[in-house]
Design a protein. Structure first.
Length: 193
């Protein structure tokens, strides 16, 4: 893959590089990559996340498995009762108001069939690292056990439960999103942004 020479490449951290085979494009968002992968034409592209980028043009890339863009991941925060779970759910909502999450997500306060309570946080799997950082930066803490990942969310969906409360969280769109014809035109450029 031949990377283009970019000015101010440090501003690309957090974006994606897409290898189209005959050329690559730098600066796609996760939503844009997901849209490309949904098309027949681009289903076999190779995707890399830019973890670090330096002003001198060097970038640290990490390959991303294409299937990641079709999965949900998340975290389940177990509680020792409804009051504790309600507190966890409220603190998570308060965090989303004070610091916007990395992308759209949903939270649910649930009672499982066995009587246990938990708060769930579910989001697109490609944002797993960003949500971990968001929770750490926001100093989100619970008293109970927690588990996370795509497999946990898959199991959560299959588990019998009653949803007591639900909230949708939205990101402060820090990245302009391209779609449709604009996105298709961007696949021909070396620097998308």
């Amino acid at each position: 893959m031949k990377m283009p020479v970019l000015n101010n490449s440090d501003r690309y951290a957090g974006y994606y590089v897409v290898d189209f085979g005959d050329h690559c494009g730098v600066g796609f968002t996760a939503c844009e990559v997901a849209e490309l992968l949904e098309s027949e034409r681009f289903r076999d592209i190779k995707v890399y996340k830019i973890h670090r980028a330096c002003p001198d043009g060097q970038m640290e890339l990490k390959g991303v498995v294409n299937e990641t863009f079709f999965l949900e991941a998340g975290m389940i925060f177990y509680a020792n009762g409804q009051e504790q779970a309600s507190g966890d759910f409220k603190r998570l909502g308060d965090l989303a108001v004070s610091i916007a999450p990395p992308c759209r997500a949903k939270a649910q306060l649930v009672r499982f069939a066995d009587g246990a309570f938990a708060t769930s946080l579910i989001y697109p799997a490609e944002y797993d690292d960003q949500f971990s950082r968001w929770l750490l930066d926001g100093e989100y803490k619970t008293a109970g056990a927690a588990e996370g990942g795509a497999g946990v969310v898959e199991r959560y969906y299959k588990t019998e439960k009653e949803i007591l409360q639900s909230r949708q969280f939205f990101a402060a769109d820090s990245f302009e999103q391209l779609s449709g014809e604009e996105l298709l035109a961007a696949t021909k450029r070396a620097a998308v942004r």
